[in-house]
Design a protein around this ligand. Structure first.
Ligand SMILES: C[S@@+](CC[C@H](N)C(=O)[O-])C[C@H]1O[C@@H](n2cnc3c(N)ncnc32)[C@H](O)[C@@H]1O
Length: 285
C-alpha cells in the first residue's frame, strides 16, 4: 500500500485488473515466460521450467545468446519507433516477466508521455505486473491478463480503452510470442484482427524463432518445449514474414535476424545459426 492507502497497482500512471483476481500459478509444469526468465538469468522460475529449459538448451546450445539478441532487438525497435516515427502508444502482447528494459522504460526514456498496455496469459507475469506499472507521471501503463488467441477480448478490455487512443497510431508488439501459436490456432487471423483495430500509421514489431539455420538444434528445442507441455512452432523466414507482415510496409532493413536489425554500433555479432531468430518492424499503410 502507498501512503494514501491506494494499492501500488492503482498508482496514477497505472491501470490494471486487481491482482486479487489472479489465477493460481502452476509450478509443476513448464511455462514459456519462466523458461525465458531462466535463460535471461532471472530468478522467477521453478524446477519444472529449468528442467525443460535445460533439455532445450542441450539441443540448441546458443539459446541464451539468441534470447539476449531478441531482447535487445525489442529495445532498439521501441526506441526507433518513439524517436523516428513519433509513436507514443504500445500494445505489448506476450510481455514476459519484468526484466531490464521493459517496453515502458525504453519508450518513456525517449518520451515520458508514452503509454503502454501489457498483456500476457501467464499468471506469474500477472503476479509481477506491479513493477510493469511504475512509469512516469506523464505516461500511463496498464496490464491485462489475457490470451493472444482471443484478440477480441484484448481489444474490448477496459484497460485498452482507458489507456490507448485507438484513433492515433499504436505499436502492436508481438515479440517472441507467435512461435507459441501453432498453425491450427490461425496466427495470421489473430494478427489481422489486432491490426484491423488500429489506425493507419500504426506499427507491428514481431520476432520469431526459425528452424532453417540450425534445423537439428532448433528442432530439438521445439521438441523439448512440446514434451514439456508448451506448444511451440518455429517457422522459416518466409512463413513468418507472410504471417506477420503481409500487407504492411516494412521498415528498413526488413525481416532480418534480430541481431541484424539496426544494430547499435559496428561491433561483432553472433553467427546467424546461433541467433536463429528473425524480427521486423512494419507500418500499417
Ligand atoms: C519468450 S517470452 C517473450 C517476452 C518478451 N516479449 C520479449 O520478447 O522479451 C513469451 C511470452 O509470451 C507469453 N505467451 C505465450 N503464449 C501466450 C498467449 N497465447 N497469450 C498471451 N501470452 C502468451 C508467455 O507467457 C511469455 O511471457
Amino acid at each position: 500500500m502507498s501512503e494514501d492507502g491506494k494499492k501500488a497497482w492503482e498508482l496514477p500512471s497505472a491501470a490494471s485488473r486487481p491482482v486479487s483476481d489472479a489465477p493460481p500459478i502452476d509450478t509443476t509444469k513448464a511455462h514459456s515466460a519462466r523458461m525465458y526468465d531462466y535463460y535471461l538469468g532471472g530468478k522467477d522460475n521453478y524446477p519444472a521450467d529449468r528442467e525443460t529449459a535445460e533439455v532445450a538448451e542441450q539441443s540448441w546450445t546458443s539459446v541464451r545468446t539468441a534470447v539476449r539478441e531478441n531482447r535487445t532487438f525489442l529495445a532498439r525497435a521501441v526506441r526507433h519507433l518513439v524517436r523516428e516515427a513519433g509513436v507514443t502508444q504500445f500494445l505489448d502482447i506476450g510481455t514476459g516477466l519484468p526484466s531490464a528494459g521493459n517496453v515502458h522504460e525504453v519508450a518513456q526514456r525517449e518520451n515520458p508521455a508514452c503509454r503502454v498496455v501489457y498483456t500476457d496469459n501467464d499468471p506469474i507475469v500477472l503476479a509481477h505486473a506491479r513493477s510493469l506499472l511504475r512509469g512516469t507521471s506523464e505516461g500511463r501503463t496498464a496490464y491485462i491478463h489475457a490470451d493472444l488467441r482471443d484478440p477480441g477480448a484484448i481489444l474490448a478490455s477496459p484497460e485498452v480503452a482507458e489507456t490507448l487512443d485507438l484513433d492515433r497510431p499504436v505499436v502492436l508488439m508481438l515479440v517472441a510470442i507467435l512461435h507459441f501459436i501453432v498453425d491450427e490456432e490461425r496466427p495470421a487471423e489473430i494478427v489481422r484482427t489486432l491490426l484491423d483495430a488500429l489506425p493507419s500509421g500504426s506499427y507491428l514489431v514481431a520476432s520469431h524463432v526459425t528452424p532453417e539455420l540450425d534445423p537439428d538444434g532448433v528442432g530439438g528445442l521445439e521438441r523439448a518445449y512440446r514434451n514439456g507441455g508448451v506448444p511451440a512452432q518455429a517457422r522459416p523466414r518466409d512463413q513468418f514474414a507472410k504471417l506477420a507482415f503481409e500487407g504492411l510496409e516494412l521498415v528498413e532493413p526488413g525481416v532480418v535476424l534480430v541481431s541484424e536489425w539496426r544494430p547499435d554500433g559496428a561491433g561483432p555479432r553472433p553467427p546467424a545459426a546461433e541467433v536463429s531468430w528473425y524480427g521486423g518492424v512494419a507500418r500499417k499503410p
